[in-house]
Unconditional design. Structure first.
Lengths: 257, 257
């Protein structure tokens, strides 16, 4: 089998330690092309750039045979540009991350890291988003290298179900405290926002968004449970957002009378 | 029953004709508070503003008793600020739109309009996103007022299933050509990107994102089918993105050996 072509992206920006770890692992597996934002794009969700121009720059951040581009757009823009402009063939795998911070439960919907993986999935490319529950720029990514590799190899070997991508989160634990990998569902959780209201030097109000994470879900099959208990969580994520179970109920409404 | 409190937002910006139509209809139903972006935020997906400040301005665009705020952030920011800073009570309904352009099928995931509705849903507020398949600034929104009202009243009266919001799309048709309202699933469709590559006056490459919509789904229970055949499509949308059907398959992988 020839070496797989692997597209690497993220949302923390091309120089973040998390993506550098991911690139190092992927180089052990295949031919790596990096297309990542030139600046942090956290919490960009599935945003795309339609009212502005996009810029690509070929860069060289590794002392290694890796093709790298920094992009002025969002993580989703990076995937679209990579697939449609840069790569001559569809990649065998797209990996996004390793994100500095959690993308478990409801965070999947705000996450630029996961949106890049989802975009690859929409384009028919097997895709994995990786995140570490540690916002520190110098977080310990080294511990998780074997797990990153194992999951990527498994996806390359077995493939993923149609229209499904993986959301992998690592707990902030030492190697000896890790209990293994657990397939999970997304916990039902949310952010309770608190806005930090301040005044500009000119006396005008402005706000910073802050908030507190609230997990309302006590299930032991959730990603939140797994992470709290020392497991690496893997949630299969789909982009058919239809609430199929609700269709029958809505059909009983009198919308056409 | 006292008048319901209705939060109105959109992604085309507070002065767009689409939101003006929505405000007019909602005033017939309840007490309206508008918190909408001060500039177009199309295709912002579920982006939130965490690395920058947010600004709110009380504005008055209607000759009517409507409280309105323009916000410097994304549609999701607007909902968060409305719920946590502006409103003294949780609204009975959140409506987003009417979007200038389709949010059917996969567009739901890129759409700022729908992300605002989804955010309201995450916060436990019944929510509806409305879109018209016409990008024209002066599109005919008038035709759809009775349908906007009917669906909103039905949601207020019956409530929505837990963790479900509605994605309503109107076909670009005249009143007499409309066949009614159809409950649908999201069609499996995607955008095939084409990047328009240009050169700056300084000779550097840059790109505009363009693309062609491709519907791979021949099902007659999809939103795309409904819209093509003159129906108003209503898709129940959930924000649990877990591919529950894939969990068993992944459990057969050898991830822990």
């Amino acid at each position: 089998m020839s070496k797989p072509l692997i597209l690497v992206t993220n949302d923390d920006g091309i120089s973040a330690p998390g993506i550098r770890t991911l690139i190092a692992v992927m180089q052990e597996i295949g031919t790596v092309v990096v297309v990542a934002p030139d600046s942090p794009q956290s919490a960009m969700g599935h945003a795309i750039t339609i009212n502005s121009t996009l810029h690509l720059n070929k860069v060289s951040l590794e002392n290694a045979p890796v093709t790298e581009y920094s992009c002025s757009g969002t993580p989703v823009d990076c995937v679209k540009l990579a697939v449609n402009e840069i790569l001559k063939q569809k990649p065998d795998l797209c990996v996004s991350g390793v994100n500095h911070g959690s993308n478990s439960s409801i965070n999947v919907i705000y996450s630029g890291t996961m949106s890049a993986a989802v975009e690859a999935g929409i384009e028919g490319i097997p895709a994995i988003g990786y995140s570490l529950l540690d916002y520190d720029w110098n977080a310990d990514f080294e511990t998780f290298k074997p797990y990153i590799k194992k999951i990527a190899l498994e996806v390359l070997q077995k493939g993923l179900p149609d229209s499904v991508v993986l959301n992998v989160n690592f707990p902030k634990r030492k190697e000896e405290e890790l209990k293994g990998i657990k397939i999970c569902r997304q916990a039902k959780a949310m952010w309770e926002e608190k806005f930090d209201k301040r005044k500009t030097p000119q006396g005008k109000d402005y706000y910073w968004l802050t908030g507190e994470f609230v997990n309302q879900d006590k299930g032991e099959d959730t990603d939140e449970w797994a992470l709290e208990n020392g497991y690496i969580s893997v949630v299969p994520v789909q982009f058919d957002m239809t609430a199929h179970h609700a269709i029958q109920q809505l059909n009983n409404w009198n919308l056409n009378n």
